[in-house]
Design a protein around this ligand. Structure first.
Ligand SMILES: Nc1ncnc2c1ncn2[C@@H]1O[C@H](COP(=O)(O)OP(=O)(O)OP(=O)(O)O)[C@@H](O)[C@H]1O
Length: 270
């Protein structure tokens, strides 16, 4: 497997606030890697380091032409879709493949202004702009956030087609289900650390051996994932006793993949 992105011991801080803490991972040619994590885990920061937008400690090497669809992109309100495509084509000295215009369903909105587009149309336009010049590596930051089921499905299809054409893709997402349906490997970020990196099969296998423990106290709910229930339970009881925290309810279960992801990533279940 050829490595196209190699991230080695990357740390990043905003002032004294450390956002990324010694992150290392590789991305292989032609795969879709999902970066999962709760809000604030460091997904966007990791992508911005890959894109070269942020200064960091450590090393990142990238082998190929990289394109980005970031989370908060915007264009001038009155710019038409056709004008944006022309502008980006001139800037990148390349044109958008006609079949991508069709696949991204942009042909019928070429004369619409940016401000008139729906969220889904804006996302598809930004993806089109990122794809001008046929990049080898595509970085997508929550590409389906805010889209309805149909929009999400359509975008997933496009992402799969791009992978079939040999594009290597890195996707940041909150959504285990999305990542499960698109990605071959996942990296789970928690408070700036990579707490899991491997294939979906590795994750399922690892999690298959795990139990999840849910503990409710007056201060809220805590989730733990463990392979050794007896030891973890005794640690939890010890620690809560030391903190003088009364346990109101406790539950031990096998859990679904998504629930394990949530406990691992440090989130709160809905
Ligand atoms: N410009 C900035 N200045 C200071 N702190 C920042 C800045 N940008 C991000 N952060 C902080 O860095 C942490 C990681 O943010 P980041 O956007 O990478 O997380 P994320 O995993 O992408 O979250 P989300 O899912 O909400 O997009 C957060 O605590 C955030 O508040």
């Amino acid at each position: 497997m050829k490595t196209v992105i190699k991230v080695s011991h990357v740390s990043q801080s905003y002032g004294s606030y450390q956002v990324l803490n010694d992150i290392s991972f590789e991305v292989y040619k032609g795969e879709i890697l999902g970066l999962l994590g709760m809000n604030g885990a460091g997904k966007t920061t990791t992508l911005e380091c890959l894109e070269g937008f942020l200064k960091y400690e450590g090393n990142i090497s990238i082998d190929g032409q990289i394109a980005i669809q970031s989370q908060n992109e915007s264009l001038p309100a009155y710019m038409k879709v056709s004008e944006a495509i022309t502008l980006f084509s001139k800037w990148k000295k390349a044109s958008l493949e006609p079949q991508l215009l069709k696949a991204l369903d942009l042909l019928s909105i070429m004369n619409k202004q940016y401000q008139q587009l729906s969220t889904g149309q804006k996302r598809r336009l930004h993806l089109a702009l990122a794809l001008i010049g046929q990049p080898d590596i595509l970085i997508l930051d929550e590409p389906t956030a805010g889209l309805d089921v149909a929009g999400r499905f359509a975008l997933h299809q496009i992402i799969r087609q791009l992978q079939k054409k040999g594009v290597t893709i890195v996707i940041a997402s909150h959504d285990m289900n999305e990542v499960e349906s698109l990605c071959q490997r996942i990296g789970i970020l928690k408070q700036g650390k990579m707490v899991f990196l491997g294939t979906l099969e590795d994750f399922t296998l690892y999690m298959g051996k795990c139990y999840r423990i849910k503990v409710i106290t007056q201060e809220g709910e805590n989730l733990y994932t463990t392979q050794d229930v007896r030891q973890t339970l005794s640690q939890i009881l010890d620690s809560y006793q030391k903190q003088n925290l009364e346990i109101l309810d406790m539950n031990v279960s096998r859990g679904t993949l998504e629930q394990h992801f949530i406990s691992m990533a440090g989130g709160i279940e809905k």
